[in-house]
Design a binder for this molecule. Structure first.
Ligand code: SAH
Length: 462
């Protein structure tokens, strides 16, 4: 290690910033966040620094730097574009044993300013010891995207209960176990979804011993159409903390690779008309597992609320008083069309878009054909491969042109993504004479032509 990472308390301490430009402003802002009393000395100052001075947030002295200015300072930052002056400030500070940072000059610094992920009171500092600040920033961006914003609130909540927890559990291992469970369980989830008061009450109930016997939680998670890069941050987080994962055929291998390694995996099937586990049993299984105190992730393809029967699953959970969260996912229509160069709407060709199921509850395809067979609209058929001939005939007999462009997207957004472009009249022949695998989505409308216009090449996800 080139530097010792430490966090310094500079609350109400006088800190000097030499220079008043944009870079100085950024350093000043950071110092103010840590509640320092900032003195800024500079000959010409930028608007932002001037504004801070006008608001009384800093002391601004518009003059040239003098040696005596370092007196009584707890920390010094030199952020001028005058190299000799920066070196002079550094030398003076070092000889007075005052920590000094000179912007972009690691050699002149006695401390460096890290890249920061701020989830106060949790703060993560990343340093490359001045060797690759851009890399440190990239790492920061990665952390920013994986650490929920409400971690700060969670830490705050824990801070408020620290003494009580200490009093209740005298052994450090017991305390650690308690906090580990709290931070990865339902209380943390409540904080993340903004229910801080409820989380507080639950935590208090646990400490008072008045909490209900432990009930787990169910996460109904949309796993998107296939490409794991299309998962949301929230989906990924919950997939990685669940104890049990219930998944079906629509969830891609790439997505399954991202679930928690030691989670129990339960396959609940679902091919057309061939449910490995009937829907009613899935609903009940979710309830039973949660009642055992487990965190259950019901992972579904696409979005759980779009032709996903997610509504039925949470109804059973609600009836049984099981806490649950629903995480939206990118639905097949959105993922498949985007990855195929087909905008679902377009100012010139389509002002609305309808998502329609080609597989009704009773096995029929009894749809409002008059409403579907209109111009300037895109129709996206889910689960319609088997009924392709019927839907083509119905749309044509209700007035849609036989030469209306149609795209079939097979295994959209996965490494096997394949697009077939045809016309409404030719659709049945294509489906009957080609081996097309489920899942496949059928997109009907003028927008399909844009794929050619855009000279689209499908992304190779391999
Ligand atoms: N909840 C899912 C849809 C479930 S219905 C969602 O929001 O996407 C199942 C149908 O979705 C399939 O029959 C198929 O028509 C479509 N589908 C799902 N994933 C797909 C994919 N990767 N490529 C093509 N179609 C897909």
């Amino acid at each position: 290690m080139n530097y010792l990472p430490i966090f310094i308390d500079i609350k109400q301490k006088s800190c000097l910033v030499v220079g008043g430009g944009d870079i100085a402003y950024r350093k000043i802002s950071l110092l103010l966040k840590a509640h320092a009393q900032v003195v800024c000395i500079g000959k010409s100052v930028c608007k932002n620094v001037q504004a801070l001075a006008n608001e009384g947030k800093i002391t601004l002295i518009e003059k040239a730097f003098e040696s005596s200015d370092i007196k009584a300072q707890s920390l010094i930052v030199s952020a001028t574009d005058d190299a000799p002056l920066n070196a002079h400030v550094s030398e003076l500070a070092k000889s007075a044993n005052i920590p000094v940072n000179v912007v972009d000059s690691p050699d002149l610094c006695s401390f460096v300013m890290p890249s920061i992920v701020d989830r106060s009171p949790i703060v993560i500092a990343i340093s490359s010891a001045g060797k690759a600040p851009v890399l440190a920033r990239l790492i920061r961006a990665k952390l920013e995207s994986t650490i929920p914003h409400a971690y700060g609130k969670l830490a705050e909540l824990a801070g408020n209960f620290r003494d009580q927890v200490k009093a209740k559990f005298s052994k450090i291992e017991d305390r650690r176990y308690f906090w580990e469970k709290t931070f990865s369980g339902i209380i943390a989830e409540k904080v993340f979804s903004g229910k801080v008061d409820e989380a507080k009450a639950d935590l208090q109930a646990q400490l008072d011993g008045s909490a209900d016997s432990e009930v787990g939680e169910v996460y109904l998670v949309g796993g998107g159409p296939g490409d794991p890069d299309l998962l949301t941050f929230k989906a990924l987080r919950l997939m990685q903390q669940a104890d049990v994962i219930l998944y079906d055929r629509l969830v891609s291998d790439g997505v399954m690779e991202l679930v928690r390694r030691d989670a129990e995996l339960i396959y609940v099937g679902k091919e057309r008309d061939n449910h490995a586990v009937p829907q009613g049993d899935i609903n009940q299984l979710l309830v039973d597992l949660a009642k055992q105190g487990r965190r259950v992730c019901r992972l579904k393809g696409g979005d759980p609320f779009i032709f996903g029967r997610g509504g039925e699953e949470i109804e059973t959970l609600a009836e049984n008083g099981i806490p649950f969260q629903v995480v939206p996912g990118i639905t097949a229509a959105s993922g498949c069309s985007t990855y195929s160069g087909i905008p679902l709407t377009h100012r010139d060709y389509s002002q609305s878009c309808r998502f329609v199921t080609g597989h009704l509850k009773d096995g029929s395809m009894n749809l409002p054909w008059d409403e579907l067979a209109v111009e300037q609209q895109t129709i996206v058929f889910y689960m319609a491969l088997v009924g392709a001939r019927y839907l083509s005939e119905q749309l044509i007999s209700h007035g849609m042109r036989g030469d209306m462009p149609v795209a079939l997207v097979e295994k959209g957004t996965t490494p096997d993504h394949q697009v077939y472009v045809t016309t409404l009249a030719e659709l049945p022949n294509l489906v009957e004479n080609t081996t097309i695998h489920a899942p496949t989505l059928i997109i009907i409308g003028e927008v399909v032509k844009l794929r050619e216009k855009l000279n689209w090449f499908d992304v190779d996800n391999d």
